[in-house]
Design a protein around this ligand. Structure first.
Ligand SMILES: Nc1nc2c(c(=O)[nH]1)N[C@H]1C(S)=C(S)[C@@H](COP(=O)(O)OP(=O)(O)OC[C@H]3O[C@@H](n4cnc5c(N)ncnc54)[C@H](O)[C@@H]3O)O[C@H]1N2
Ligand code: MOO
Length: 424
C-alpha cells in the first residue's frame, strides 16, 4: 500500500476547519490500488475500480411502453376516431406474428396488437393503451383521437447509448447501479478491495457489554457504534477490544494494528488531560497531522500517521464519535478506498429553536423534524444537549449544521438539515 509521509499535512496554531481537513485528506491520502473482480450481487456497497462503459444501447431496440395497439401515426385521422384492421401480434420476447395474411407485405393502414416490452413493428411509431381503445368484434379496433406521434414508444438507446459512461470509477455501488450494470449485460465488476480497518476503545473505565460492571465503570458504546458505521462503509473491521489508559500498551497496540490494516480508529483519550494517552501515543509512534478541529461536538479529534498508515483518534463521547466519524473518518475512508465523495445534501428547514454559538467553529445540533400548520418543515432541538447523550442520536432524525460564521439562530430562521441516512 502507498504510505503517507510524516509531514503529509502542515499544521498551524489556528484550529483547522472541517473543510480544510477534508480537502487536505483528499489532496494527500493515497488510495488503495488493489482491484478484484466480484459477481454483480457481491458488488453492492463496493467501490467501482474503472469506468463502466455501455457495451450496447439500452433499450436495445424500439419497444412499447404499454399493452395496447401499435400504429403508424400517419394512418390516424387527425380529429376523429380511426378504425383499423388488426394485422399482427407482438409479444415481448417473441417475433412479430403476422395474423392477417393480406398484410404480409407491410402494415400500412393496420394496427398491431402489442404488449409492454415487445419490439415496435417496423414502420410503426405510436402505441395506444388498450383501455383507451374499443375492440370491434371483426378483428378491428377503434382508436380515439388526440394521441401524439411517438406516444408510448421507448426509443432504442434512450436510457443509455453504446459507448456512454454508465457508472464512473469511484462509485460506491448502490442497488440501482447493479440493476443498470445487469441491464447492460455485466455479470462481474472490478471493484477495489475492501479497506481493512482496526478499531479499539480506550479508557480504564470502559467495560465490554456482557462483563460485570465495576463501580464508576461504563459499558463500551463506541466500539459497537463504530462497527455499525464502518460496516455501512463497506470496509472490513477488526475489533481489537478495549485498551487501558496506559501509553506503552496503547503505543504497542496502535503500531501492531497499523502493520496489518489500512486505517486505525480509536475512541477516547484525545483531549487535554494527563490520562489522555492516545494523542501522546500517536506523537511517540508516528506523527500527529492534526489535533482538534473547529467542530462541535468532536473538537478533540486527532489524526496521525503511524508506520505510514493513517490513524484517527475519535473523542470518547459517543455523540462526538458519531459526528467526527461522519465528517472526518467517512471522507477519509472514501479517499483511501478511491471512492467518490460529495458533501451530503443539506435541506433548508425552519428553526424551531433559539441558539447561540461561538464564531469560527461549525456546530451540529441534533434535531427532530416536524411539519408545522403551514406545511413547512421545522427542526426542533433535542432537549438534552451533551456529547455523551446517546438518546440525542436515537430519538432524533438528523443534524442541523450551523456554519463557522453563524453566532446565533432565532426561531423561524432558515437552517440546513442533514438526515442521518445521508451520513452513515
Ligand atoms: N479540559 C478539557 N476537558 C475536555 C475537553 C477540553 O477541550 N478540555 N474536551 C471535552 C470534549 S469536547 C470531549 S469530546 C472529550 C473527549 O475526551 P477524550 O477523547 O479524551 O475521551 P475520554 O476522556 O477518554 O472520554 C470522554 C468521555 O467519553 C466516555 N467514553 C470514552 N470511551 C467510551 C466508550 N467506548 N463508550 C462509552 N463512553 C465512552 C468516557 O467515559 C468519558 O465520559 O473531552 C472533554 N474534556
Ligand atoms: O467536542 Mo466534545 O465532542 O463536544 O464532547
Amino acid at each position: 500500500m502507498a504510505q503517507l509521509s510524516k509531514d503529509s499535512f502542515a499544521a498551524d496554531d489556528r484550529l483547522m476547519t472541517v473543510d480544510e481537513a477534508v480537502a487536505a485528506i483528499f489532496a494527500r491520502m493515497p488510495c488503495i490500488e488493489d482491484v478484484e473482480p466480484v459477481s454483480l450481487i457481491e458488488a453492492e456497497g463496493r467501490v467501482l475500480a474503472q469506468d463502466l462503459i455501455a457495451p450496447r444501447d439500452l433499450p436495445g431496440f424500439d419497444n412499447s411502453a404499454v399493452d395496447g395497439f401499435a400504429v403508424c401515426f400517419d394512418d390516424l385521422a387527425p380529429a376523429v376516431e380511426t378504425v383499423l384492421d388488426l394485422g399482427g401480434r407482438a409479444a415481448a420476447g417473441h417475433a412479430l406474428a403476422i395474423t392477417d395474411c393480406r398484410t404480409a407485405a407491410g402494415f400500412a393502414g393496420k394496427a398491431v396488437r402489442i404488449f409492454t416490452g415487445a419490439a415496435m413493428p417496423e414502420g410503426m411509431d405510436t402505441v395506444f393503451m388498450q383501455e383507451d381503445c374499443r375492440r370491434i368484434s371483426d378483428g378491428r379496433v377503434s382508436l380515439p383521437p388526440g394521441l401524439s406521434r411517438g406516444a408510448n414508444r421507448r426509443l432504442r438507446g434512450e436510457d443509455i447509448s453504446v459507448g456512454e459512461t454508465a457508472l464512473r470509477a469511484g462509485r460506491r455501488l448502490r442497488p440501482e447501479d447493479l440493476g443498470l450494470a445487469a441491464a447492460l449485460g455485466f455479470d462481474r465488476l472490478g471493484v477495489r478491495r475492501r479497506l481493512k480497518v482496526a478499531i479499539f476503545s480506550t479508557g480504564d473505565e470502559i467495560v465490554s457489554p456482557g462483563e460485570p460492571l465495576k463501580p464508576s465503570a461504563v459499558y463500551d458504546a463506541n466500539r459497537f457504534l463504530l462497527q455499525g458505521l464502518l460496516r455501512r462503509q463497506g470496509v472490513s473491521v477488526t475489533d481489537l477490544g478495549v485498551l487501558a489508559d496506559d501509553t506503552a500498551e496503547i503505543r504497542a497496540a496502535i503500531r501492531a494494528a497499523a502493520r496489518e490494516h489500512d486505517l486505525v480508529l480509536t475512541s477516547g483519550g484525545v483531549s487535554m488531560g494527563e490520562e489522555d494517552h492516545v494523542k501522546a501515543a500517536i506523537c511517540d509512534e508516528g506523527a500527529l497531522v492534526f489535533w482538534r478541529l473547529a467542530i462541535k461536538p468532536g473538537r478533540p479529534v486527532a489524526m496521525g500517521v503511524i508506520e505510514g498508515v493513517p490513524f484517527v483518534g475519535l473523542p470518547g463521547n459517543p455523540v462526538a464519535v458519531f459526528i467526527a466519524f461522519a465528517f472526518i473518518a467517512r471522507p477519509l475512508i472514501a479517499a483511501l478506498s478511491g471512492a467518490e465523495f460529495e458533501p451530503e445534501r443539506r435541506f433548508p428547514v425552519k428553526s424551531g429553536f433559539a441558539y447561540k454559538k461561538k464564531a469560527g467553529r461549525r456546530e451540529y445540533v441534533r434535531v427532530v423534524v416536524l411539519t408545522d400548520s403551514t406545511g413547512a418543515l421545522v427542526a426542533e432541538k433535542y432537549g438534552v444537549e451533551g456529547a455523551a447523550v446517546l438518546t440525542s442520536l436515537t430519538r432524533t432524525h438528523g443534524l442541523v449544521e450551523l456554519p463557522e460564521d453563524v453566532v446565533k439562530v432565532a426561531p423561524g430562521d432558515v437552517i440546513n438539515f442533514i438526515d442521518y441516512d445521508l451520513i452513515r
